[in-house]
Design a protein around this ligand. Structure first.
Ligand code: KG4
Ligand code: ZN
Length: 344
């Protein structure tokens, strides 16, 4: 079976064709970063308009790259939520219309389920059950996964998502949007130990996260330490040291919670997915945690950590095989709790 996947939930248009025997046959991604950079964050209306411009050309590009026609497909999967409503509506409308015109089933996909299953696209996929850490710009959650659609949310962020905290802190350091990866790069030249930030909610039991206090602590330090008196070299070093301490605090907090989730569930497989799972230091730290627990950590290749069409095609195909196609009335769901999905 073969499916077209359409991702338009935020600021990336991602299109892919996935075949359950051949794997990913083609995929393409258009990032809107340049469109939003001047505004320091995603502007929903601009995002929707850009998806309108890019989705159809990318679908044509991917079909050509895979040397396929619509007749070679068995379904069309599209991200139906959660995300920005206008952006979602573009993918939903195009996905539904193409499916109708091509006489194919249309399959609505939950964006976070896409992220969660992205490691299944790799050579050594995890077996169920496992604990998944979803860390993106919009979500931070720990989920127990027993099967596709059988998700128990163990903990989540009560305020900012991890990626959001990275982006906001990066902005305070004067970096362009989305600053997460740039801040991570800056932290590479930071000196360990010069600054130390809190590990929020790690002293209390439980698996929820909170990153807004850490962001405030970092903001106070930036205001105090980055002064006019610094030479350019001193300024760059201080920024790097703050970036290092911030990243260290986020990663340490996440690692403590992951260890706790594995102990709580008694499982020894950890999946990490979502944009922040591209962070190299996070991967190194979680590998150390899993080695100590005699467990294994799984993650998608870097390009499938952030938003992409391949994960939507993969999740859509699993849902299609289980009869999960929808009628013409399906709406985009900007909010859509992950633990309300049907089990496959
Ligand atoms: O999953 P994603 O592409 O979009 C959402 O669904 O939110 O995640 C994007 C987020 C952004 O906040 C970005 O700054 C963050 O992932 N990110 C990183 C890294 N690469 C992307 N954060 C820290 N380190 C990275 N290397
Ligand atoms: Zn995402």
């Amino acid at each position: 079976m073969r499916i077209l996947g359409i991702e338009t939930s935020c600021d990336e248009t991602g299109i892919a064709i996935y075949d359950d025997e051949l794997g990913i046959m083609a995929h393409s991604l258009y990032s809107q970063i340049a469109v939003h950079a001047d505004y320091g964050g995603v502007v929903p209306e601009l995002a929707s308009r850009d998806h309108v411009r890019k989705t159809i050309p990318l679908i044509k590009e991917v079909l050509t790259a895979a040397n396929l026609t619509p007749q070679d497909l068995d379904g069309v999967a599209y991200t139906a939520g959660p995300g920005l409503v206008g952006a979602l509506l573009v993918g939903c409308s195009i996905g539904r219309s193409l499916a109708y015109g091509w006489n194919l089933p249309a399959v609505p996909v939950h964006h976070m389920e896409g992220h969660l299953l992205a490691p299944m696209l790799e050579d050594n996929p995890p077996e169920f059950p496992f604990v998944a850490l979803l860390v993106s710009g919009g979500h931070t959650m720990l989920v127990r996964v027993d099967a596709i659609g059988q998700y128990q949310i163990l903990g989540e962020s009560v305020d900012d998502a991890a990626g959001e905290a990275f982006d906001k802190t990066a902005k305070l350091l004067g970096l362009d949007y989305p600053g997460g990866p740039v801040l991570a790069k800056m932290a590479e030249s930071g000196i360990a130990g010069r600054f130390k930030f809190p590990r929020p909610m790690t002293n209390k039991p439980g698996l929820d996260f909170s990153f807004s206090g850490l962001k405030t602590a970092t903001a106070i330090t930036i205001k105090k330490e980055i002064t006019e008196q610094l030479t350019p070299t001193e300024k760059a070093q201080t920024q790097a040291d703050i970036a290092y301490a911030f990243q260290d605090a986020v990663i340490d907090t996440i690692a403590i919670k992951c260890r706790r989730a594995l102990e709580y569930t008694g499982l020894n497989r950890l999946v990490i997915a979502g944009g922040v799972s591209a962070n190299t230091e996070l991967r190194v730290k979680l590998k150390q945690v899993m080695d100590k627990l005699n467990g294994e950590v799984f993650y998608p290749r870097a390009e499938f950590c952030t938003d992409n069409g391949a994960m939507i095609a993969y999740a859509g195909l699993q849902r299609l095989k289980a009869g999960g196609q929808n009628d013409l009335t399906f709406k985009a769901k900007p909010r859509w709790p992950l633990d309300t999905l049907e089990t496959v």
